[in-house]
Design a protein around this ligand. Sequence first.
Ligand code: ADP
Length: 618
Amino acid sequence: MKWSVDKLNTIRFSATIITLIGLALLSLLSLLRLQDTTRQVRQARQTLLQTEILISLLKDAETGQRGYLLTGEEKYLQPYYRALSIIDNELDELAYFIQNDSYHQTQFTELQALTQAKLSELEQTIELRRNNQLQSALAIVKTAQGDQLMEQIRETSDAIKAEQQVLLEQRSIYEQQSTFYTTYLTLGSVALQILLITGIILHLNKETQNLQYSKAELSQSEERYRSLVTATAQVVWIADRSGLLLTISPIWQTITGQSEQDAKGWGWLSAIDSDDQHEVRQKWQIALSQQQLYEAECRVCSTDKSCRYFLVRGVPVLRADNSVREWIGTYVDITERKQAEQALKEARDALEVKVQERTKKLAEINLELQAEIRERQQIEYKLEQFATSLQHSNQELEQFAYVASHDLQEPLRTVASYTQLLAKKYEGKLDEKADKYINYVVDGATRMQQLINDLLLYSRVGKQSLNLTLVDCNQLIHQVCSLLNIVIDESHATIKVNPLPEVLVDPSHFAKLFQNLISNAIKYRGNDPPKIEITAHRTEREWLFLVQDNGIGIEPQYAERIFIIFQRLHTRREYSGTGIGLAICKKIVELHKGRIWVESQLGHGATFYISLPYPIQA
Ligand code: ADP
């Protein structure tokens, strides 16, 4: 819990006052008690003295009686009469002093009775002597009744005195203690009171100083604030708690032409554009009723009717009890911001129009595109149908080629063998022309056989399902080289085989693939003996095989064409061949879901690339 300074001061002040009152009460009580004790001591002393006086008076009376009895002269009775005249008073005094001591009451009554008895005895004897009855008086004296009475009086008064002596001693001790206690308590209390009062005075001094300082600060701050209001380029205003304008900075007059006097109360409202007045008044009244921030945007106009946009804000200044003391606020010129907003709005509107136009155009394009897509879909559908029919006719063609090649093989073999027989038997026996024609026929038949074999091979690839086996390519190349042994020897070719991987492929197909590539590399050699290098690299997703040669090379523009069946770049006279080898290679690689391509420059050898996905999917 947080205590306010005022509250703390009140508590401190109250505590000090209570302490002071407490100390004063204690001192008073102590003093009263001391007074009482002193009174009791004095009483005891008086009782003792009074008892003494009584005894002394009785003695005086008795001495007077004796003298009178002996002489009969009245002058001896003077002590008696003096004692008689004051003894009652002295008894009353004694009664007064012991009235609070209940245990002395009986003794006092007894003493009083004894005194009266003694006085009676004295009076009786004096009267007898006065009446000349000396003997009778002496007889009474001789009875020693008077002495006994005197003795009893002495005893009783001694008892009272002894009691009073004890009381006196006790009360004296108590009085000393009380005096001591009271003195120190009073001194302590006075010292403490002096301290507290000094503290209060110092505190009050400080508070007064603080108050004066705060007052000075406040007046300085007010002065500063007034200067600020006057000097600032912004409009600053102050209104009373009910919302009536009290003061407004001079710049208001520059902006509106309205003097501070005119603006007071609700006068300022007439400087607000008439279209904005209702809203401004409403917002101001809501802020006043709810004691919350007042904020409004409005046009403030000058006498020449030119207006500028202002942001008006006002906050309530609260007292300590949270009630509103006054309102303070500002007018900030936001004309430029408003203009920028307006420009932005116009730009947005223009953009909106453009967007709508674009959207419309897009919708039209979309419609066109949809129409185009439909058209394309129809074309694709037709293409698909065409591709299907093409596939069918291809299959039929392949079937036809296969059947035709197969069926042609037999008669062709007959033609070739008989032509060879014919050449053997009749060579040199007929004329020169006949020999030449026979050679043409033999050559044609041999080429046709070669062509048909290759065609059959091409047709067979893909006819049966792949016999996928894990093949060690090093061994496979070794076997292929053995098959091509004669050509390799004749051409003095060197074949470098770098370490090759094991791959999952159809071994007969792959043997044919490498056989074609190696025999081509030898066939299309340049002037130097062929140098062939076979390499394999493993990439992230595939195996890449390279068959590199130093042959005549290929012009890059033919790089794709050579993989099409029957496509050759040379005449038969230059290089023998059917133009089917690379087409077979492509078919084999594609059956294994791979790719084959060549990179070459004419006269700079060729590199054939085969990529096989890893692992190869059947
Ligand atoms: P063929 O060798 O029977 O003519 P291919 O299909 O094997 O048929 O080759 C097609 C053509 O590609 C060949 O005629 C040849 O011009 C060219 N060719 C193939 N391999 C090579 C090579 N290693 N170097 C240069 N040209 C080649």
